[in-house]
Write a protein that binds this ligand. Structure first.
Ligand code: ADP
Ligand code: MG
Ligand code: MG
Length: 892
């Protein structure tokens, strides 16, 4: 017999925290808290296996489920001393979804389930408060109708508003018990009108209806989208939790709240949270009332006027603080908890490892390690490399002028600017057109996920630090300012106003998620300091990893940034980027349109000093670290002039006519430039280009060496080799230049000559090529293009469809296709090593900064990865995690 149902309550539980796969995160942790003796309302969890069964069997249940459910429910009744459906002493329950990982797309919780015209009488008797009972009843009808029956909530809001208007009421608190009673009746009539059948009065029907709706919601569009964005497989399924209700809305000695064992925004070790007196469930996160601070520290830092829990309920606050310590010690991680106080008794309703900003993740991991709660390996494992990105993100330049429009809550740090849009759909549209958008909403909900994902930042006018917008933004590492009440959003006119200013759709604003400031226009930003906890963690990382991390850089600025981020050399210096400067491109163009070798050499001679200068600077910055320089790679037509004016300039510089330039351009047009006359093919045709570049490299190396710095070891890299003879021919040219220059300069230099492996043929023939090549650098961008026979520039349109249809899992240009392209890399590495055991192996190209690809490179036995400067810390961390046995990461 399969066990589908696991009970918990009264100090006992059938489940445990490590049963998340079966019980979902919420269920497993409720069970764990119950076992720890922490007060949790009794309940039971229906397993994720049941969800799988449900979808494999035409959305039906196994025969023994109802019986197991009935038994579990009667256990809850015994513990809570009340009976489900009883008109004297009714047990009410909540029905809560709970997947393995917390998942916004899932069905919302239904509270107060079990109420009907009979049981409400019992609730009145229990509470002695008729108004409370009918308020609970109407909440239930509305929630259940919305969430389970699909009757949109605006219907209910309209009924309520009409009633209040007719009575001249302003607030919900003006409503009396009789008012709520009338509202319940009107709600039920509305439901019947909408659905053609009455609202279910039978508590069993209500219960199973809600359970079915949870399982049904696993396949709704919101959940599917969220799973796709977060790489959660559909097979996981969700669990359902049915739990006895406790009431935070039973008067002034009742309350409900949300808290974190440490500050989820900064990571500071202080108890942090929000609560509301006389409120139920979602009231805190819904942002309907402004939440109160949990304690005095929080009250002070948030400049709140409202009394804190520490002041209003000191004994309960102390008890809660005790659970905070216990749960954090127990789980050895920062906890995100929910609680309710019913008439002076504290109940814990949820705990989980809290979502946090990258900054908080770092601070918490380092502090917990220093406090001995976790070890260094664990601290490293806990950091998501992709998240580091946001730590390296810009902050506002403190000296920049700014016009502050308003101040909200600092919900998710980082500064960002963008054009204002007022809906998630618009955000996606604008972002799709290449615009940077700032999503401005009164509040956000799970339907907005797509738009939140593409926005530079998120600004809301309602809701606290634990509102949907805040939690989701922190998870995404997107800057967010929430609860900016001064701002009045008008969706109809697509504008917002604050003070005397109106901001329209398309206007640029800047937000600072660290201070909560909202500013007009774009405010300049600057880079963060990489000291403190970051430096500590990186030092631990560097002790563990075996893979070297280099950078792709051709400008001094990039090279310096990369050094600051810990780069251990340059893995790819693309020389063509050095020719696009206006002063230089003219000579490049002269070179390209030259009709004979002599003219070409004359033009190249003018380029030589520029190249030499660039290389000298790079060598100096890298101070003895290896620098790999790639010879000219792209097809020549990329450098040609387009405008008449440019053509005229080149014509006069080259002493020729515009017509001749046009003719030369036409001559160079190719139908498939990616596979055309480029890479080493250029240098085979025009060896003088290779000679000039080699001369610039060796002269620069001599110059820097003569200055007495660390000896420079240039690595000259030949691109797009497919044939042994291509490489062999050019190696001879380069060696010839090296000898000449060293003789001229009277210096002996060490240097390496190697090749990129970016064509399948080169990978296959690696054993032969290694006879001459001293290093391989896998150019995985082109290797992916050529292995797939896929042009990256043209793939954008259909790759997305491939991913949507599940034909491929991730974009192979983002994360290495380990099975195909990866196989070519492993094979080339093996064959290269067989010929030349000490051959140096590395990868350059975007993949060098993708955590999953870095882990792959570690296992493929490469010596180094090379990536853009900002990804260097990410690659360092991923390389350490590879040593610690990490698999692959999500590649969003
Ligand atoms: P979510 O996953 O969105 O946090 P929850 O299931 O935790 O959803 O519930 C939403 C709200 O309802 C929370 O504030 C929670 O504390 C409250 N809640 C859930 N179950 C109960 C219950 N049995 N008694 C009182 N409040 C509850
Ligand atoms: Mg919750
Ligand atoms: Mg290439």
């Amino acid at each position: 017999m399969t066990k589908w149902v696991y009970g918990f309550g009264d100090g006992n539980a059938e489940g445990r925290a490590d049963m998340k796969n079966l019980l979902g995160g919420k269920g497993a942790n409720l069970a764990e808290m119950a076992s720890l003796g922490i007060p949790v309302p009794a309940g039971f969890t229906i397993t994720t296996e049941l969800c799988t069964y449900f979808y494999e069997n035409d959305q039906t249940y196994p025969a023994d489920l109802k019986e197991q459910g009935a038994k579990a429910l009667s256990d809850v009744e015994k513990i809570m001393g009340a009976k489900f459906g009883d008109s004297d002493n009714p047990l009410l329950v909540s029905v809560r979804s709970g997947a393995r990982a917390s998942m916004p797309g899932m069905m919302d919780t239904v509270l107060n389930l079990g109420l009907n015209d009979d049981t409400v009488k019992g609730l009145i008797a229990q509470s002695g408060d008729e108004r409370f009972a009918y308020d609970s009843y109407r909440r239930f009808v509305q929630m259940y109708s919305d969430v389970v029956l699909g009757v949109e909530h605006h219907h209910f809001e309209e009924i309520l508003q009409d009633h209040k208007d007719s009575k001249g009421y302003v607030l919900d608190t003006d409503m009396t018990a009789d008012d709520w009673k009338l509202i319940v009746a009107s709600f039920r009539t509305k439901v019947e009108q909408q659905l053609g059948r009455p609202f279910p009065m039978d508590p069993q029907e209500q219960l199973w209806g809600a359970i079915g709706a949870v399982f049904g919601s696993w396949m709704n569009q919101r959940a599917i989208t969220y799973r796709k964005l977060n790489d959660i497989p559909a097979e996981w399924g969700t669990a359902v939790n049915v739990q006895a209700m406790v009431y935070g809305n039973m008067g002034e000695d009742s309350a409900t709240g949300v808290c974190f064992s440490r500050d989820p925004s900064t990571g500071m070790n202080r108890f942090y949270g929000e609560f509301l007196i006389n409120a139920q469930g979602e009231d805190v996160v819904a942002g309907i009332r402004t939440p109160q601070p949990l304690n005095l520290v929080e009250k002070e830092t948030s400049h709140s006027e409202l009394p804190s829990m520490e002041e209003e309920m000191p004994a309960l606050y102390k008890e809660l603080n005790g659970y905070r310590d216990r749960l954090e010690q127990h789980y050895r991680d920062m906890q995100d908890m929910e609680f309710t106080v019913q008439r002076g008794k504290l109940w814990m309703l949820q705990t989980r490892n809290g979502k946090r900003t990258a900054q908080a993740a770092l601070t918490i991991a380092v502090e917990m390690c220093e406090d001995g709660l976790i070890d260094k390996e664990e601290a490293i494992r806990r950091m998501d490399p992709a998240m580091l990105d946001s730590l390296l993100h810009p902050m506002l330049d403190p000296s920049a002028d700014r016009t502050v429009l308003a101040k909200g809550l600092p919900a998710s740090p980082g500064a960002a600017s963008g054009q204002v849009v007022f809906s998630a759909d618009e955000a996606e549209k604008w972002a799709g057109a290449g615009k940077k958008v700032m999503l401005v909403r009164i509040e956000t909900s799970p339907e907005d996920i797509g738009g939140m994902h593409v926005a530079q930042g998120i600004l809301t006018t309602r809701g606290g630090m634990t509102s949907h917008a805040a939690v989701v933004a922190r998870g995404m590492g997107t800057p967010c300012v929430s609860g900016t009440g001064e701002i009045k959003v008008d969706y109809a006119s697509k504008s917002f106003s604050v003070g005397g200013t109106t901001v329209n759709e398309g206007d640029v604003i800047t937000i600072d998620g660290a201070s909560g400031e909202v500013m007009l226009g774009e405010v300049p930003t600057m880079q963060p300091e990489l000291t403190g906890d970051f430096a500590k963690l990186m030092a631990w990382v560097d002790k563990i990893r075996t893979l070297t991390v280099r950078t792709n850089a051709e400008t001094p600025t990039d090279a310096q940034t990369a050094r600051k981020f810990g780069a251990e050399g340059i893995g790819l210096c693309r020389t063509e980027h050095m020719f696009f400067d206006p002063a230089r491109i003219i000579h490049m163009r002269e070179m390209i349109v030259a009709e004979d070798e002599e003219t070409r050499r004359a033009a190249l001679a003018k380029l030589l000093p520029y190249q030499r200068q660039d290389f000298s600077e790079l060598f100096e910055i890298m101070a003895g670290l290896p620098v790999t320089i790639r010879l000219l790679d792209p097809p020549l037509h990329e450098f040609l002039p387009h405008s008449e004016a440019d053509m005229a300039d080149v014509a006069s510089a080259a002493g020729t006519t515009v017509d001749k330039i046009k003719a030369a351009s036409a001559q160079l047009q190719e139908s498939n430039p990616m596979l055309g006359h480029r890479g080493c093919r250029l240098a085979i045709t025009y060896p003088e280009i290779c000679e000039m570049q080699a001369r610039a490299i060796f002269e620069a190396a001599c110059e820097v060496t003569k200055k007495g710095g660390a000896p420079v070891v240039p690595e000259v890299m030949v691109p797009l080799v497919g044939l042994f003879n291509e490489f062999d021919t050019l190696k001879k040219v380069i060696e010839g230049v090296a000898k000449t220059v060293m003789a001229e300069q009277g210096i002996e230099l060490e240097y390496l000559i190697g090749t990129m492996i970016e064509l399948p043929r080169a990978a296959l023939r690696a054993g032969h090529i290694a006879e001459q090549a001293e290093f391989f650098s896998f150019g995985t961008n082109d290797l992916t293009q050529t292995a797939f026979g896929l042009s990256r520039d043209d793939a954008g349109n259909f790759l997305k469809i491939y991913i949507d249809k599940g034909i491929i899992e991730v974009d192979p240009f983002v994360s290495i296709d380990q099975d195909g392209v990866g196989e070519l890399i492993k094979l080339a590495a093996e064959r290269g090593k067989a010929t030349r055991p000490d051959i140096k192996l590395g990868i350059c190209g975007e993949h060098g900064g993708d955590p999953a690809s870095v882990v792959f490179c570690h296992h493929a036995g490469l010596n180094y990865v090379s990536c853009s400067p900002y990804r260097v810390p990410i690659a360092r961390l991923a390389a350490a995690q590879a040593v610690l046995g990490a698999g692959s990461y999500s590649t969003k």
